[in-house]
Design a protein around this ligand. Structure first.
Ligand code: ZN
Length: 356
């Protein structure tokens, strides 16, 4: 660049001298032949394209780096629809977390063999026909399920299997440390050990008794609106010994508070358990059970049909607890799932296939 470059004169490397009109950022070319003018125009276009490309890359990067807007997050949870031969299968949510239920809707053309059961991570799940050629099922992803790509199998009546890819994401639920009387954490008394063994046998019978029907007609509700003292899935250390993760939510409440059923169903258990205290377990069909633990008193008997909102007992502090609260849980085919998520998902079990 020439050192004598005077104010008002710009000099661009490789380009002829141009004169800037005083007071305006406009450039006027002087003494240039048409070839040079064309070269300058081409250079300007090239510069403009370069600048435009960089701006575009910058805008795209900004869009990618900023948090997803709510509509984008909802998109991730939308149903995934798979078509295989004569089957249309939709899953909700698309990317389930460990400790979450997955609602499966299946629509079959007439030529398709009837779907019999689902298989996820070696567990078999019931299927219910909700209309002609339309089926529903609910699977559960265990809290300790392997992460990443898995297969959801649909066993058909002709002994063939349709496999659907399902990606499982990590559920990060945190951990908590509790201190309780030693006998409650690791019982040693014979009477207690006998009761625990009997409870286990009884509960196995109960959880094995569900049928391929949907026993509720309204989506699940949270039984109490009160504060959650302990959320679902927390890894627990009782007296610093690692125990099973928290299989439900603990809801705050005073002893004697009426506890309503989260959805309609049949009372599968109403009685006393060593760890759970006075408990009610409702069978909602399709291996879906809701649990109400540590109750003070029980208001229903085994075999009773209950409606949503019907009082099944009073809140209390029986069993292995540190104070009064309601432990509310959802167990699907032996697997605890996040009950709050299931409230939202249960709605899809009731909607016609294709309208979720
Ligand atoms: Zn609890």
């Amino acid at each position: 660049m020439p050192a004598s470059c005077s104010p008002g004169i710009d000099w661009w490397p490789g380009l002829p001298v141009v004169k800037r009109t005083a007071g305006f950022r406009r450039f006027r070319m002087i003494n240039l032949d048409s070839g040079v003018k064309k070269q300058m125009v081409a250079e300007k276009i090239k510069n403009f394209i370069g600048l435009f490309s960089w701006s575009l890359i910058l805008i795209i990067m900004l869009i990618l780096l900023r948090p997803l807007p709510s509509w984008a997050q909802t998109k991730i949870l939308e149903n995934t629809v798979y078509q295989a031969d004569n089957l249309v299968v939709s899953l909700f949510p698309k990317l389930p977390l460990q400790g979450q239920a997955v609602i499966v809707s299946i629509s079959c053309r007439q030529a398709s063999p009837v779907p019999r059961q689902l298989v996820l991570l070696g567990k078999k799940f019931k299927i219910v026909a909700v209309d002609e050629g339309e089926y529903k099922a609910v699977c559960a992803v265990p809290l300790n399920a392997p992460l990443g790509s898995q297969q959801l199998g649909i066993d058909l009546a002709d002994a063939t299997v349709v496999e659907i890819p399902l990606t499982i994401l990590a559920g990060n639920y945190g951990e908590e440390h509790l201190h309780l009387p030693a006998e409650m954490v690791n019982p040693t008394k014979v009477a207690h050990l006998m009761q625990i063994k009997n409870d286990r046998i009884r509960l196995r019978q109960i959880y094995g008794s569900s049928k391929a029907v949907i026993r509720f007609s309204q989506p699940f509700i949270r039984p109490l609106k009160s504060t959650i003292i302990t959320p679902f899935g927390r890894r627990r250390f009782l007296n610093e010994t690692p125990k099973s993760p928290h299989g439900g939510i603990d809801l705050r409440g005073k002893t004697g508070t009426p506890v309503p059923a989260a959805a309609g169903g049949k009372v599968a258990f109403s009685g006393k358990l060593y760890y759970s205290g006075n408990a009610v377990i409702i069978d909602h069909g399709l291996d879906v059970f809701s649990l109400y633990l540590h109750l003070d008193t029980l208001s229903v008997a085994e075999g009773d049909q209950v409606n949503q909102g019907q009082v099944i007992g009073k809140l209390g502090s029986t069993g292995r607890v540190t104070g009064p609260h309601l432990h509310w849980g959802i167990k699907i085919n032996g697997i605890f799932v996040d009950p709050l998520e299931f409230i939202n998902e249960s709605r899809l079990l009731l909607q016609p296939v294709g309208e979720e």
